[in-house]
Ligand binder design. Sequence first.
Ligand SMILES: [Zn+2]
Ligand SMILES: [Zn+2]
Length: 338
Amino acid sequence: MDDLQFGTRNKRGDWAPNAHLDVAPFWHRPFSIWKVLAWVPEYLFPWNAFHMATALLYWFYVVPDVEVMKTLSWGWALWLYAVNAAAIFVMYGAVELFWYVRRKQGTRFKYNAKFPSEQPSDVFWFKSQNIDNFLRSFFISIPLWTLVEVLFLHAFAAGYVPWLSWSDNPWYLAALVLLAPAIHEVHFFCIHRLIHTPLLYKWVHSVHHNSVNPSPWSSLSMHPVEGFLYHAVAFWHLVIPSNPIIAMFQLHIAGFGAVNGHIGFDKLEVTEGTAVDSHAYAHYLHHKYFEVNYGGDGLIPLDKWFGYWHDGSKEGEAMMQARFEKKKARMNAKAART
Ligand SMILES: [Zn+2]
Ligand SMILES: [Zn+2]
């Protein structure tokens, strides 16, 4: 595909989309029901449908019997870890293998023309972003993902929390499924903004931001505090009356969905003329500029409401620069006082 029909490339070879990021259409004024209806397929497919499909596969083929889960034990916990690790290895690994190792698409639709393997840096374990990110994912974040999973499954199985059935609550549970991506955005925005406060940034979140030019393995490359808080989004289903399948869906939006922001390509070409939208640009801009786009890509536009939104346009850039100038002035004034 010709990526210059969809965007522009600068002198360094970095590609940027022509279309600017936009919040979900039900936030648009004047409100248009047609725009909302046109947006629904893009909301469901392919990503949220994929996360629901994996949640169902887990529920029917991976998750042990309820009787087993009434007791916490290493056996089923390690089994879940093994499946989570294998699934991430296959899913993230496939993107890595085809788009980053074999480079089937070259740099078409790639935001940053450079590939991480071309940029060794001292900030990473073994000076390699790939090795560092890979090890952190498999030995820190995926174990914590599994911990969250084991705890909520045990809570449902042991009867510590209500377990609503699909037959008694079909409409409520269906609504909760549709809301799960919004819960994800709000949870992610809150914990993410929190770990961008100066102390926590230094101790915790800087690990994730070492990858200024993210690739699939960067997705779950996190400090343990972040790795736990990020996946703990599934615990909301212990607070609101829910069902373990929806908690699993919520967890998969986080675990498998983390790759979306870190794919590095705006579109993944599947055949000559077809491509899948990655929805990666908002979070790519976050990795590039740090203090913009703490949430997702505008389902619940908290970034817009708090003034952190960068939509990729010149105006977005100017607003960000104005905010940075103000912050600099505030810090200079504070330094002068002390
Ligand atoms: Zn990130
Ligand atoms: Zn961040």
